[in-house]
Write a protein that binds this ligand. Structure first.
Ligand code: ATP
Length: 892
């Protein structure tokens, strides 16, 4: 069916829909069944079974399996079965960890799914793009991706960039007229819109004609599998480190086996012990635990309204040193109310709060009726006409549908007794030039009932005054000279210094049959009417967040399209600017090179009257000064800056699809305070990863050294292979994961951001791993020797003592890993996951020591109560010896 050849009626009939009310819920239900979900099919996911078997592909595990098989053939059945059971348990743990990591990653994907505005049951609502069905009527505007294939039924200067589909990057102007040509290429179908293409200008309405794999994009979906790297820099570094660790562990193992054989041990026993040691000492679980820590952190961020779209951002967040934040909606509430109105030298005030249209107009504290003032009437009604917002009453409350600035102007008009619907019956809107942040204005062309035509423009006053030829003074229009300009400027400054956002209204009459096609023609030679001053209160939580960021060495910078004085007034209220900090204006920025900007940028706290294009320069200047920059944005034009910033942040509520796609983080509540929460979490995740790296590596160093020391000292094997594997299983899994869930230390936001070049072992971590590892090794071998000397005939007893000491030393040490400072600086019960993990690990060790049936398998002997004191004492040495030295250094 060629929808482009049909007129609107035919399309409506063919799709059995209603353009004025959309589909009903019942229709939608039926169509979902018939057409399925509006999604492009993805490549095969890894099956659970495959993931499980993947756990076995690890080289050392294969070697261990082979060695076990040999020991089975040699008649050591129990050992062989037990070792295989442990390997399977280990694989289950790895499987569980990876599964969990994968699940949370796909949950993330769900969250960042695009939403669409759709007309259903007569009202506009937002649904997930995948819920669209053929026949749905959808709305889209600049920056949106069109959610399905549509036939355009309304176009307001609509232009769509279709390069994703056609390769053509010049936007296509869209219209609603029928095209009578059956053989059109996609690029020529100017009355159609296609899934995945981007609205670059204007807005439009379309009716969905195809969804999912039936769309033009669906036909080429295979080409679109763009696999973006989700590996973070730390993960990459750990991959390299992993290789080094494997080689080191293997070399040390070979050394242990070599010395052991030289000392007269049986070759076969030594090889099995060696391979078990290698399996235990290679931290094969590390990458999965890192992924889990990252994704659990990401879940926590979601609870704080920050959705990570690109995993590497989690780490980069911890390095952020500058946050460039939009003002409106991010630092402020975006709940706008007109409180002052100015025209021809007179100022009126309006009371009332929010979007409730209740309030009175006053002049010099005297209530007045605005309908008696001609200019005021014009200022308010034109403000309502050049407008898209709607104020609706929902369950008793007035809610805004549309842009808050525009909503405020509708409410201001309603307070004076006007309604937009009544105005629209007097004035027909013939054309519209939508708002964009670069022009900083928008216009409509309206025709009244007598056929007279007017251009009505609203926008930033300093821009609009430049486009005006005359200004209304009372009932007369006077030419604008420098005196008039100064008067208006003083009025703007007066409103702005009260932190009010100012919007000007201007108009001009054009002859009845003129057709204006370009905004430049419309927005010139205007008659300036006056100003509306809008209050947009700061978000209450932002001031505190800015202060916390400052303490954490992070500078907050305000970037806004708003007026300098308004911006600065709000920046001061929020603690972003002070009397020393500089304010830079868009026009100054435009004349500066990136180098010139670099010289001053560290002193600038507010960038005002900037266009989105300037944001890129700001990001680059900060980056050249060595900063790690987080930059927020919402529009199409913000995308380059968002992409270039180290952490690109898009607004979840007001952000366009394009901004979101460019971003690595999306703020669900558009709130600055959520950036701060994400940074805290980012710093914490990194520290937690360091914590378990430290724990796992120190444990492994300890395990290898016990064996090495024993061989050097010509002692028998202090641990049998299955014990080594058990130590690995019970100590590596749960406690390490619990460390990944640890809460931040109290000083996370009291220190400067981490350098992105910092290595994994920076800030003393390497020393901690080695010193604790050596001490764990020494304590364990000491316990073994004491027990062995006591009773040389009972090797199994001494091995059990060594086994217990090794596990206990690691389980005590895990609490030390929670702090950069010392075990004594944190409450051990502050992380109850860890407490439970340690208790269950302990239980798993006691079970194999004391349950008679298991003693045979694990080669253990029940430890006598008197020896536990010695074990506990020695196991505490690695942690408390160094905690003692910390205390000493503190008391000095
Ligand atoms: P931010 O602080 O997030 O940059 P902003 O609203 O201050 O947001 P823009 O949206 O670029 O920045 O707006 C720039 C100026 O354009 C505003 O100061 C205002 O004067 C004017 N303006 C904003 N919204 C509209 C609108 N819907 N119609 C006409 N003019 C507008």
């Amino acid at each position: 069916m060629n929808y482009h050849e049909m007129n609107e009626r035919q399309v409506e009939e063919a799709l059995n829909t209603d353009f004025s009310a959309g589909l009903s819920d019942e229709d939608v239900g039926k169509r979902v069944k018939q057409f399925g979900s509006n999604e492009l099919e993805e490549g095969e996911k890894q099956s659970a079974l495959l993931l499980f078997f993947n756990q076995f592909k690890d080289f050392m595990v294969l070697v261990l399996l082979a060695a076990t098989l040999i020991s089975g053939l040699l008649g050591e059945y129990i050992d062989a079965i037990a070792i295989i059971a442990i390997i399977i348990l280990n694989s289950f743990l790895g499987f569980y960890q990876e599964r969990r990591a994968e699940k949370s990653l796909s949950a993330l994907k769900e969250l960042s799914q695009p939403q669409v505005q759709v007309l259903r049951n007569g009202t506009w609502e937002k649904v997930l793009s995948k819920e669209l069905v053929p026949g749905d009527v959808i709305k889209f505007s600049s920056g949106d991706r069109i959610g399905a294939d549509v036939r355009i039924i309304e176009s307001r200067s609509l232009e769509v960039e279709e390069s994703a589909l056609t390769g053509e990057s010049v936007p296509v102007q869209k219209m609603t007229e029928t095209i009578n040509n059956p053989n059109l290429t996609l690029g020529d179908m100017e009355n159609m819109g296609f899934m995945g293409t981007m609205v670059s200008r204007g807005s439009g309405i379309g009716v969905v004609i195809a969804t999912g794999m039936k769309t033009a994009m669906g036909q080429i979906a295979d080409l679109l599998q763009n696999a973006e790297s989700q590996i973070t820099p730390l993960q990459r570094r750990l991959e390299q480190l992993g290789k080094i660790l494997i080689v080191t562990a293997l070399a040390l193992t070979v050394l242990v086996v070599g010395i052991g054989v030289l000392q007269g041990n049986d070759l076969y026993t030594m090889v099995l012990a060696g391979v078990s040691l290698a399996v235990a000492a290679i931290p094969e679980g590390l990458p999965a635990i890192v992924t889990i820590a990252l994704s659990l952190g990401v879940q926590k961020m979601i609870r704080k309204n920050a959705v990570v779209r690109k995993l590497p951002a989690v780490e980069t967040l911890g390095c952020a040193s500058v946050i460039c934040s939009d003002k409106t909606g991010t630092l402020t509430q975006n709940k706008m109310t007109v409180t002052k109105v100015w025209s021809s030298g007179r100022t009126w005030s309006v009371d009332g709060t929010g979007y409730e249209p209740q309030g009175k107009y006053y002049e010099n504290d005297q209530a007045i009726d605005p309908k008696n003032e001609k200019v005021l009437q014009q200022l308010l009604t034109f403000g309502m006409l050049c407008n898209h917002a709607e104020i609706e009453q929902k369950s008793g409350e007035y809610v805004l549908n549309g842009d808050p600035t525009e909503g405020a102007m509708i409410v201001a008009g309603m307070k004076a007794g006007y309604t937009r619907s009544k105005l629209l019956s007097q004035f027909e809107i013939v054309n519209e030039f939508p708002f964009d942040s670069t022009r900083k204005m928008m216009s409509v062309i309206v025709k009244d009932t007598t056929g007279r035509q007017f251009v009505v423009t609203k926008g930033a006053p300093d821009v609009l005054i430049g486009q005006s030829k005359t200004i209304l003074m009372g009932n007369r229009a006077e030419n604008i000279g420098s005196r008039e300009k100064n008067t208006v400027q003083a009025a703007i400054d007066g409103l702005a210094s009260q932190a009010l956002r100012t919007i000007a209204i201007a108009y001009k009459e054009i002859s009845a049959n003129t057709i204006i096609l370009h905004e430049k023609e419309a927005e010139s030679e205007l008659v300036f009417i006056g100003l509306q001053g809008i209050i947009d209160p700061p978000r209450p939580e932002v001031k505190q967040a800015v202060r916390e960021c400052k303490e954490a060495g992070i500078k907050t910078v305000m970037i806004t399209g708003d007026h300098v004085i308004t911006a600065n007034a709000i920046a001061k209220q929020l603690g972003i600017a002070n009397s020393q900090s500089k304010v830079l204006e868009g026009k100054e920025l435009a004349n500066m090179s990136v180098q010139e900007l670099e010289d001053v940028v560290d002193h600038v706290s507010v960038f005002a009257r900037v266009s989105p294009e300037h944001k890129l320069k700001i990001v680059q200047a900060f980056q050249n000064r060595g900063h790690i920059v987080a930059m927020t944005g919402d529009g199409v034009n913000d995308a380059p800056a968002i992409k270039t910033a180290d952490i690109g942040i898009a607004m979840g509520i007001t952000g366009t699809d394009v901004a979101k796609e460019a971003s690595s983080l999306v703020l669900m509540d558009d709130n600055f305070a959520s950036i701060k929460s994400a940074i805290i979490e980012g710093r914490n995740i990194y520290e937690n990863i360091r914590k378990f790296i430290r724990y796992l590596l120190a444990s492994n160093v300890g395990e290898i050294l016990v064996m090495l020391f024993a061989m050097i000292l010509a002692l028998p094997l202090p641990l049998v292979p299955i014990q080594i594997l058990w130590v690995n299983l019970v100590t590596d899994g749960l406690p390490a994961m619990a460390l990944g869930l640890d809460r931040p230390e109290d000083n996370v936001m009291k220190r400067d951001p981490r350098s992105p070049n910092e290595g994994v072992f920076a800030r003393g971590l390497g020393w901690k791993v080695i010193s604790r590892g050596i001490l764990i090794g020494l304590s364990t071998i000491a316990a073994f020797m004491l027990a062995y000397n006591d009773n040389p005939d009972n090797l199994a007893y001494a091995q059990t003592v060594a086994f217990a000491t090794l596990v206990l030393a690691q389980l005590i040490h895990v609490f030390d890993c929670r702090s950069e400072k010392s075990i004594l600086s944190r409450n051990p019960f502050g992380n109850m996951y860890l407490v439970w993990a340690v208790l269950s690990s302990l239980l798993l060790v006691l079970v194999v020591i004391y349950v008679p049936a298991l003693q045979g398998i694990f080669h253990t002997v029940a430890i006598q109560p008197k020896d536990w004191l010695m074990i506990l004492g020695l196991a505490s040495v690695p942690t408390f010896l160094l905690a003692g030295s910390f205390l000493l250094s503190k008391s000095k």
